[in-house]
Design a protein around this ligand. Structure first.
Ligand code: NAD
Length: 273
């Protein structure tokens, strides 16, 4: 069983899921089917990924009870605004074939557009109407979260941020910890490039008898992060699910912590969208 984390609204989320960014919409149903067969019960998609229908098809075909699944989707950047946020969720639900999602996120804050506060009120409405069990944000910085705290009545349950050993986000994680916000790590294995070949990771992997990806994912679990690595390859989808018996010592965690270089793969949220 995948461990769960209890969010600030009481909703429980599996700490490991399957991410579907950059999975071809035509192949998404097959990949999600494989993940569900392996045992994943948490799927992370977004309007932006264009593959919600595939996620929905795999879920419908699986026969798995709805309350055993945790489905996240995210509001697209061109959908900011209170009413628009709700309308976009309805469209996502149609594509997913679901009555509700478990988590709805504002994908990017778009500070220059400056509509994320009213958009957040739309997410609050969506939760009240039962169209999502929990609401959160993605790619928010402390100043954006501070504004939500000052101007609205709900603290996001989650902030989904770029986070991997090259960008360990210590300050933002501490902010989350102090404000009851759970941390989701996107690109948790650094999109598989470079990072997994670095000797700090490969040496530990060799010693503990696990793969580099499993070591990095176990490092996330140690820090309490929620992860959803993506892969198109069934053997890797399987490998990424076998991370709960990885035994990392305190020295291993400290060595991986020291790999931080404040190095982003994706855009800076201050000027994206
Ligand atoms: P990731 O860190 O999960 O890396 C995925 C890549 O790593 C794969 O394409 C593959 O090339 C490689 N890989 C996967 N498993 C491997 C293994 N066991 N061994 C070696 N290589 C392996 O990157 P990601 O897909 O960018 O991030 C994961 C998920 O996070 C996404 O699918 C999406 O759901 C979410 N995400 C969210 C945002 C956001 O703005 N909120 C942005 C990017 C991603």
């Amino acid at each position: 069983m995948t461990p769960t984390i209890t969010l600030n609204d009481g909703v429980r989320i599996p700490q490991l899921g399957f991410g579907v960014f950059q999975i071809d919409p035509a192949r998404t149903a097959d990949k999600v089917k494989a993940a569900l067969e392996i045992g994943y019960r948490h799927i992370d998609t977004a309007q932006m990924y264009g593959n919600e229908e595939g996620v929905g098809k795999a879920i419908a075909d699986s026969g798995i009870a709805r309350d055993e699944l945790f489905v996240t989707t995210k509001l697209n950047n061109d959908g900011h605004g209170r009413d628009e946020a709700l309308k976009r969720l309805e469209e996502s639900l149609d594509r997913l074939g679901l009555e509700f999602v478990d988590l709805y996120l504002i994908h990017w804050p778009q500070p220059e557009l400056d509509r994320y506060v009213e958009t957040w009120e739309g997410l609050e409405d969506a939760k009240k109407e039962g169209r999502t069990r929990s609401i959160g944000v993605s790619n928010f910085h402390p100043q954006h979260l501070d504004r939500l705290a000052a101007e609205t009545s709900t603290v996001p349950s989650i902030n989904q941020i770029e986070l991997h050993p090259h960008l360990s986000q210590a300050a933002l994680r501490e902010y989350h910890h102090n404000h009851g916000i759970a941390t989701e790590a996107w690109s948790p294995i650094g999109q598989g490039k470079g990072l997994l070949e670095e000797s700090t990771i490969t040496d530990i992997a060799q010693r503990v008898g696990k793969t580099p990806a499993q070591v990095v994912l176990a490092w996330h679990l140690h820090h309490g992060n929620i992860v959803f690595p993506k892969s198109n390859t069934v053997s890797r989808i399987q490998e990424n699910f076998q991370i709960f018996d990885v035994e990392l010592g305190g020295d291993d965690i400290a060595a991986i912590d020291r790999m931080n270089a404040d190095q982003r793969i994706g855009p800076n949220p201050e000027n994206f969208g």
